[in-house]
Design a protein around this ligand. Structure first.
Ligand SMILES: C[S@@+](CC[C@H](N)C(=O)[O-])C[C@H]1O[C@@H](n2cnc3c(N)ncnc32)[C@H](O)[C@@H]1O
Length: 326
């Protein structure tokens, strides 16, 4: 159990506790401190909010101002995409054109993580996005801390959770600048470490908040599979072959990983599983595999992983790792 009697300095929590409507007017705060029961957040559903950002650059980016070249381009692209294509961004909404495929991709990650996550009651979702994993965790009654640099992503995460099970707090910041949080049993960091300025700082932040023995569920883009997947940014092959991050304006700045780079990033962790995944959904063999149910997808994944020609073309690395210590 977390000790909720410990006084927290509101200046440092970067939390729903400090959230207001966009015009600064107060929102109906449930009693006590977050993480609040989602059932008590039902009056926040559909309401935009803001809070002091953990990274001061997020203010300008959230107003739509240009970000400096590099990883922050992704954030500029996300702000624009939320304004222009909210249906594509809101993955949890069943009417989103990408709901089906992104949930299938999520279920494939969970195939590797679910057993470990079932033992977790308090989880940090680092780079929570529109709440694809947070929603699943909350449905299981977890207490979730969600972190993301994009406000509309935080809104959707809350709106989908409002009135449902679990407890939630949200933080408008980058993973490199986390607020002080009570220790968690697990950190989910799905498709995030390939887009950030400082992946080592991201993993260090996750390490600090994890309990000893806690698990890190991490996924990143894999170099070859990313380059060959549908939707790759045109004109980026040279950067890829030169081993640098692939840089294209929009939401396409990507640092891809080979297996050695994943192991190097997680050098302080005990790696329980490092699986090449996402060949047949989101990966280069999606069209060739054709549509199918989840068992069929798992079968394609296993066959691609076992075959000497297809094996190196995984789109993602899916990692389950444990923080050392007891
Ligand atoms: C591809 S999305 C994945 C979202 C979510 N984890 C999921 O799997 O659905 C990448 C997410 O990382 C977030 N992000 C980008 N830079 C970040 C940073 N420095 N720290 C934390 N999150 C970041 C983005 O805003 C976006 O929500």
């Amino acid at each position: 159990m977390i000790d909720r009697t410990v006084a927290v300095n509101p200046e440092s929590v970067l939390s729903l506790f400090e959230a207001t409507a966009l015009d600064g007017s107060p929102l109906p705060r449930p009693p006590g401190r977050p993480p609040w029961p989602c059932i008590a957040l039902d009056r926040w559903a559909g309401r935009a909010f803001r809070m002091p950002p953990g990274d001061p650059r997020l203010e300008a980016i959230s107003r739509g101002e240009p970000a400096p070249p590099g990883p922050l381009w992704n954030l500029e692209g996300a702000v624009r995409d939320w304004a222009q294509h909210p249906d594509w961004m809101d993955l949890q909404d069943p009417s989103s054109p990408v709901h089906g495929v992104t949930m299938l991709e999520r279920d494939l990650y969970l195939h590797h993580w679910e057993t470990a996550l079932r033992g977790a009651s308090r989880v940090l979702d680092l780079g929570v996005g529109a709440g694809r994993f947070a929603g699943w965790l909350l449905e299981r009654g977890c207490e979730v801390e969600g972190v993301d640099p994009i406000l509309p992503s935080l809104w959707r995460t809350l709106w989908h959770a409002a009135g449902g099970p679990g407890r939630l707090d949200l933080h408008w910041t980058t993973g490199e600048r986390l607020p002080d949080l009570a220790p968690v049993d697990a950190v989910v960091c799905a498709e995030v470490a390939c887009y950030v300025e400082d992946p080592e700082a991201l993993v260090e932040a996750a390490t600090r908040v994890l309990k000893p023995g806690g698990v890190l569920c991490l996924s990143v883009e894999a170099t070859l599979g990313w380059a060959a997947a549908p939707g790759v940014a045109p004109g980026t092959l040279g950067a890829l072959l030169d081993g640098g991050p692939v840089s294209a304006w929009g939401d396409r700045w990507v640092r891809t990983y080979d297996e050695a780079a994943v192991r190097a990033l997680l050098h302080d962790f005990e790696i329980l599983e490092l699986a090449p995944t996402h060949y047949a959904v989101g990966g280069p063999f999606e069209a060739a595999a054709g549509a199918g149910d989840f068992p069929t997808l798992l079968d394609w994944e296993a066959r691609c992983r076992a075959h000497p020609i297809t094996r190196p073309w995984n789109r993602a690395w899916t990692v389950l790792a444990r923080k050392r210590g007891v």
